[in-house]
Design a protein around this ligand. Sequence first.
Ligand code: ATP
Ligand code: MG
Length: 453
Amino acid sequence: MSEEKKIEKISGIKGMNDILPADAVLWELFENTVQSVLKSYGFQQIRTPIVESTHLFARGLGAVTDIVEKEMYSFEDALNGDKLTLRPENTAGIVRAALEHNLTYDGPKRVWYNGPMFRHEKPQRGRYRQFHQVGAEALGFSGPDIDAELIAMCQRLWDDLGLQNIRLELNSIGDANERQQHRLDLIAYFEQHRDMLDTEAQRRLYSNPLRILDTKNPSMQAMVNDAPKLFDYLGIDSKSHFEGVQKILRHNSIPFTINPRLVRGMDYYNRTVFEWVTDELGSQGTVCGGGRYDSLFTMFGGKATPACGFAMGIERLLELMKAAGEGHSPSQCDVYLVHQGAEAQMQSFVIGERLRDAGLDVVLHCASAVGVGSFKSQMKKADVSGAAYSIIIGEDEASANTVSIKAMRADGADNHQITLPFESAVDYIVDQITGSSETDSSCDNPNHIHIHH
Ligand code: ATP
Ligand code: MG
C-alpha cells in the first residue's frame, strides 16, 4: 500500500458566505427589480472601492459607534503601512467620492450602489461578516420631498418584490444644537439612574448617551422609556421638515408609525431617520435603515451639502423573498445538445453557435473525466437542464447530415422526436420557441423568457 499524503482542505471564512448557482436566481431577480425601481426614480449607479482609508470611517461614522469600536476589518497595508478598512457601509465612501469628483457641482445628484460590506459581528441568521447592501443616496437635496421619495421608492420595491409585512418606523432626531441640549438633559437623567446602567451604558454615558436609548438590555427598558425624548427638543424648522415628510407619506397612502426611540447607529444622521422592519426574521428584523445626513459633507471638509439616503440588507430581504415563494429555479437553457461520435460532436458545436446567434440559450454536452457518456446519461442531463428541446446528433444523423429534435416539455402525443436536415434545424426550433413563448401564460417569471428578439 502506498502512503497517501493527507492534504488539508482550505475553508471559507466564518460569517462570509458563498452564493451558489442555486441561489443566483433569487439574487438576479432581486437585483433586476432593484435596478428597474431605482431607475424609475432617476437614480444612477455609483461604484466605489471596497477598501477605504480607516480614517474615513472613524471620522464619518463617529468614534464611539458599534461599527468603529468593534466591527471594522482594519489592517495595515504590508507594503506601505497605510491604514485601511474593508468598508462596513458605503455612505462615507460615496460622500468621499462625491467630494473628490465634485459630483454635485451642477446640482443635486441621485445615486445608488450595490455591493459587499464587512463587519466583524457574531455570525447568526441574518447577520454575517460579509453581507450585501443596496443603498441610495440623494446628495444636495434639503427638503422633505426627497426623504419621502426615498421612502416611497422602498415601498415600491417591497411591492415589486412581492414582500408584505414590512412596516415603516419613522422619527426625527433634530439638528446638532437641538441634540446638544437633549444630550445634556439626557446625561443628567442617566446620572440620576446610574445604578441601573450596565457597563456598556456606563462607558457611553458621556461619549454617546443617545446610543444608550438603543439598548437591548431588558432591565434598562423602563428607565430608558422615561428618559427625556429628543422629539420634545426639536425646534420649529426640524418640526416642520418632519411634518413635511409625514404629509407626503400620508398623501400617498404610505403607512408609518413614529418611533421616538429610533436613533440609528451612525453619528452622521440628523432630522429624518427611518427603518423598515419585519417580524418574520426573528431578532434580525430590520431590513433597511436610512435618514438624513446634512453635516457629513462638512465633516469631510467639503462645502455644506444636505443629503439623505438608506441602505438595505440583501440577505435579509432574500430570506423574506424565499419565504414568500420567490426564486424558483428556471430552466438553464432553451436547447440541450446531445451527441455521440467525433463527427457528431463537431456538428453539435456548430449548431450550438447558430442557435446562440438566433438568441437562444444553449448547453452543449461536454466531456467530463469519463468522456461524454451514453445517450441515456446525456438525455438525463438534458432533462435536468429544463431545456424545452434537445437536439440529438448520433453517428447516423452525422453521416446523413440530419439532426433529431425532441420536445422535452410537451406531454403525450407532442412528446415526439422528429428528424430534420441539419440546415433547417435552427429555424424550426426558433419558430417553435418564439411561437410558444408568445402564448405561454404559465410562465410566471419574467426573467425566464430566454429568447431575446
Ligand atoms: P442591526 O441593528 O441589525 O445591526 P444596523 O443598524 O447595524 O443593523 P445599518 O448599518 O443601518 O444596520 O445597515 C442597513 C441594513 O443592512 C440593516 O438594516 C440590515 O438589513 C443590513 N445589515 C447590517 N448589518 C448586517 C450584517 N452583519 N449582516 C447582514 N445584514 C446586515
Ligand atoms: Mg449593526
